[in-house]
Design a protein around this ligand. Sequence first.
Ligand code: NAD
Ligand code: LMR
Length: 325
Amino acid sequence: MKAPVRVAVTGAAGQISYSLLFRIAAGEMLGEDQPIILQLLEISPALEALNGTVMELEDCAFPLVSKIIQTDDPNIAFKDAEFCILVGARPRGPGMERSDLLEANAQIFSIQGKAISDNADSNVKVLVVGNPANTNALIACRNAPNLKPSQFTAMTRLDHNRAIAQLAQKCGYHNSDVSGLIIWGNHSATQYPDIHHCTVAGQPATDLVEVSWIVENFIPTVQQRGAAIIKARGLSSAASAANAAIEHMRDWVNGTNGGMVSMGIYSDGCYGVEEGLVFSFPVICEGGSYSVVQGLPINDLSQKLIKKTEVELKEEKEGVSALLP
Ligand code: NAD
Ligand code: LMR
């Protein structure tokens, strides 16, 4: 049996965690042979609710769960953690944009970035889910002087999966027939879901759909899917977000077998995107790390849309400059 690894999850009493924790505990993220210690962080008023979730985790008698720690202290939650999933943050309600949450949530990520830097394993992998996820990841990263920027990522995998589902439905194929999809930029209404490098059952996606469908239907549907779910459910997406978090971490650890996925990562300036933003790029994961797929041809439409989401991220970054040491 392998030695247990420590997985920290914040916002552990919330909606997303109610789906996420049980799937991590069942081995869906790190494998069915990997024991885990769950280190669960909540704010003090939610500790009682967290205890309810923990009672349910206990009642599953998961063979892989060695220990569960519940705390309201980030220094305890992140101690020696090899994986940190930062979910804990306020969700938006109807009529809000995700960037409206910056003021409420940004501070959380400066405190937690520092606590991760001070306490976590030096090879920790961090995924930020709490919105606005890209800029929160940037804040956490910039407050973590002991760690590399590449250790901090933001979740655009839900957008990636949403785009695959929309395209597969439109083309009359299965989700598994779609490959090469890219989400560029921010997890926001400016994100750019790009099908120009995509195939559906081996055929170029752009041969199967009209440009007018891409521009008028596909892109806005993916950009607005989170808002559509909030409108329908009265709450933001939870199970699909948890699923995306599992897939993001699983692929980062186990690799993508040459396949391309989307991850929000610290930009090094590739594709002309300003260095030092957390921006979603096409990546391939291998050997526990990711690398950007380089050299893809970018047409004028794509260039324009990539620029637009970059501009939004620059503005968000400026808005939180006080939290970026
Ligand atoms: P929720 O309100 O159900 O749960 C959030 C939990 O975080 C609450 O239990 C709250 O007490 C806790 N929390 C707040 N501040 C905290 C802190 N400082 N430390 C630890 N815990 C803290 O919300 P949810 O539906 O689980 O969503 C969580 C976040 O994820 C929201 O910001 C939401 O917008 C975001 N989200 C992102 C994506 C994505 O694709 N990136 C998808 C869905 C939701
Ligand atoms: C989503 O994309 O579903 C989440 O980011 C929640 C939201 O605010 O849209």
